[in-house]
Design a protein around this ligand. Structure first.
Ligand code: ZN
Length: 307
């Protein structure tokens, strides 16, 4: 990308003489997010294309996603669904149902390829094929992105800004507070890490403890230990919400669900119980684009120190 283009997308970090604004007193926010990977994830994982493995993705599209939407409708909770273009092509009707019921759909690549394994041309093609599926089959343009596998490449944030996206949901540099994404970080294996420039991409943090797969999914290869006691998962998710409500009352807690995992069997009850616990604790539920817009208004570009 030409240097002039970068200049328009970024501003200097850290901003001199600016202080982090005080977080306004606010109800704790919970964002239920769904990574609707469909078969795309399993096609990446399983080179043997075993139908026994791929069936997990089929379950997610045909059974899991409708069950999850039923639960969210019953609980009156909006969600943000990140969906690869390949999954939109395979399961367009349930994607349209999600949109019709007030959920937001976000970009999740095309074939769920890990951006860190791609060349710049390949990463651009994944992004653009995803946009094409959104436009051709759903007639909407996503405003947010979550990297497949949660792995941003060093160039991803710049590509999101270049393509007009407004937020990323793959951050890990905080637990409850959004920030701005950066471009141009530099480091060497034995030297200092240098922070680059912030760009106008709101970045939401994620907590690995709030992801369903490590708790619930069992697989031999790649190894996932899962199958944890449901009461333990319920208690852990409740504890994360209670901690945020007590220590970071204006924070944002992001739950990450997968239709191939959380809606299978009695696990869905864990999700229902978490939603009810958070609601009883004063949570408001919102989509990520809603929170990104609010956060950007409260924290204008250039006003926030590093994430
Ligand atoms: Zn995914």
């Amino acid at each position: 990308m030409p240097a002039a283009r970068w200049a328009r997308l970024s501003w200097n970090f850290p901003p001199r003489g600016r202080r982090l604004p005080a977080t306004p007193a606010a109800a704790p926010t919970v964002c239920v997010t769904v990574d609707f990977d469909g078969l795309a994830l399993w096609l990446q994982w399983d080179a043997s294309l075993s139908p026994s493995r791929l069936g997990r993705g089929e379950f997610g599209g045909r059974v899991g996603m409708p069950r999850l939407l039923d639960l969210l409708a019953a609980e009156k909770v909006p969600s943000t669904v990140f969906v690869p273009g390949h999954t939109i092509e395979m399961f367009p009707d349930v994607c349209r149902r999600a949109l019709a019921e007030g959920h937001e759909l976000g970009h999740h690549g095309y074939l769920h390829k890990d951006p860190t394994t791609l060349s710049e041309a390949e990463e651009r093609r994944e992004l653009e094929r995803g946009f094409t599926a959104f436009g051709d089959l759903l007639a909407v343009a996503p405003t947010g992105y979550r990297a497949p596998g949660g792995n941003l490449s060093a160039r991803t944030i710049g590509l999101l800004a270049e393509h007009g996206l407004r937020y990323d949901a793959s951050g890990v540099a905080h637990d409850y507070e959004p920030g701005y994404g950066r471009v141009g970080d530099t480091w060497t294996p034995d030297g200092p890490f240098t922070f680059g420039n912030q760009v106008d991409i709101v970045q939401f943090p994620t907590l690995t403890s709030m992801i369903d797969v490590p708790q619930m999914e069992f697989m031999l290869s790649p190894p996932l230990s899962g199958l944890h006691d449901y009461a333990k998962i319920t208690a852990m998710w409740a504890a994360e919400f209670d901690w945020m409500a007590g220590h970071h009352p204006g924070g944002v807690l992001t739950l990450i669900l997968h239709p191939s995992t959380a809606p299978k069997g009695a696990r869905l009850g864990v999700v229902r119980d978490f939603i009810r616990h958070a609601r009883d604790g004063g949570a408001r539920f919102a989509t990520l684009s809603q929170v990104a817009n609010e956060w950007r208004q409260d924290h204008p570009p250039g006003s926030v120190l590093g994430n």
